[in-house]
Design a protein around this ligand. Structure first.
Ligand SMILES: *Cc1c(COP(=O)(O)O)cnc(C)c1O
Length: 372
């Protein structure tokens, strides 16, 4: 068990527990499903908000040897944690950064002809042939060479002064089952990967992993599924990894007809008891997670019972309707569960009009964190 010493127990409004055993089990479940393809660890965004170093170490222990981060700064931290890992940096190759990539043995994921020229020029300049990945766009229209540029690259490959370690693309809509774009991307990527027959190929994120063996190629890049999020709209998540408990600061009475919180967005329809919890949008709880008079909100588990969040979430506080919890079952100082005890990431995400990814990566810095 690792404890974050930065927030002492009596000073935190919330306790965030990160179950690294569940994380390792989720990784191994995916690795088993896709074998013999390799399963990489995707640890961008501070390990999806759960701590780059502890998450990366756990994935390494579970068998991951290749890792993806977004930025060279993240790669620097990751290299300190995992001296032996293969590290890919997704957001390309910023001007001036090649020496850092060389010093830390990072693989840039080159996503434009300009970046390929930059890496190639650097390799010529230092007289070393340093491996890089090449990203090809097949429908995301975000990063990557066009199909035409990929064909030219394949034709002039013998002129490159570096080896291509990986050819990859990214799925845009695989989380929606049977979205026509997904099959089209697969077909296009297969053709492009075929131009580089001796290079390892990679297409699948979590949703791609779940879309079947045709999507696996040589290496898969699952993120959200490993962190306990829902990989596809029609599939259950693997094991939950995060548990979030919030301190109850006080319990108050509200008369029927009175409103709760900023803007008076929620009206009590009956005499109510309301628990005020010590976390808010500054801790990553979406401002829209509470019920208004127009729509339902997310829930918390208090004394074993599901209770609705009501009114707009404040910066540091939120309100929960605990009218149906017996009076003697709760008191100020108790803890409410916002994630865990059957409440998943997608429960909170759905009621806040967002996605599991955003909930995870927004989890605040003020919680006391515990990695078990
Ligand atoms: C974030 C990311 C992944 C992981 O995606 P999930 O949907 O979290 O599985 C894979 N590949 C690329 C290029 C990414 O940016």
């Amino acid at each position: 068990m690792v404890m974050d010493a930065s927030v002492p127990p009596d000073e935190a409004g919330g306790l965030l527990t990160i179950d690294l055993a569940a994380l390792r089990a989720n990784y191994q479940e995916i690795a088993r499903r896709v074998g013999p393809a390799e399963t990489a660890g995707v640890v961008k965004g501070d390990g999806y908000g759960l701590g780059l170093a502890p998450v990366a170490s756990a994935l390494w222990d579970a068998g991951a040897r290749s890792f993806f981060v977004a930025l060279p700064g993240e790669a620097r931290t990751l290299r300190e944690t995992l001296p032996e890992a293969t590290i890919y940096v997704l957001n390309g190759l910023f001007e001036g950064s090649p020496p850092l990539y060389r010093a830390l043995r990072l693989h840039p994921v080159l996503g434009s002809e300009a970046e390929i020229a930059r890496w190639n020029g650097f390799c010529v300049e230092i007289g070393q042939s340093l491996p890089a990945a090449v990203h090809v766009d097949t429908g995301m229209n975000r990063l990557g060479l066009s199909a035409t540029e990929a064909v030219s690259l394949a034709e002039m490959r013998h002129e490159l002064h570096f080896p291509i370690a990986l050819i990859m693309s990214h799925l845009a809509s695989a989380d929606e089952p049977h979205h026509p774009l997904t099959a089209r991307q697969l077909e296009d990527f297969r053709a492009i990967a075929g131009l580089f027959p001796d290079v390892k190929a990679s297409l699948a994120n979590s949703a791609g992993v779940m879309s079947g063996p045709a999507y696996h190629f040589d290496l898969v890049r699952p993120g959200i599924a490993v962190y306990g999020g829902r990989p596809r709209a029609d599939m259950a998540p693997l094991s939950p990894v995060v548990r979030l408990e919030l301190r109850i600061v006080q319990i108050r009475h509200v008369h029927a007809g009175e409103t709760v919180g900023y803007g008076g967005a929620h009206t009590a329809l009956r005499p109510s008891r309301v628990a005020i919890l010590s976390a808010g949008y500054a801790d990553g709880i979406p401002r829209r997670a509470g019920a208004s008079d127009l729509r339902p909100g997310a829930e918390a588990v208090i004394a074993g019972q599901r209770c609705p969040l009501i009114g707009r979430i404040s910066m540091d506080l939120l309100a929960v309707d605990v009218t149906d919890v017996p009076d003697d079952a709760i008191a100020a100082g108790d803890w409410a569960v916002l994630l865990g005890d059957g409440l998943g990431l997608d429960d909170l995400a759905r009621h806040s009009q967002t996605i599991d990814y955003e909930i995870l990566t927004s989890l605040g810095r003020r919680y006391r964190r515990l990695w078990t």
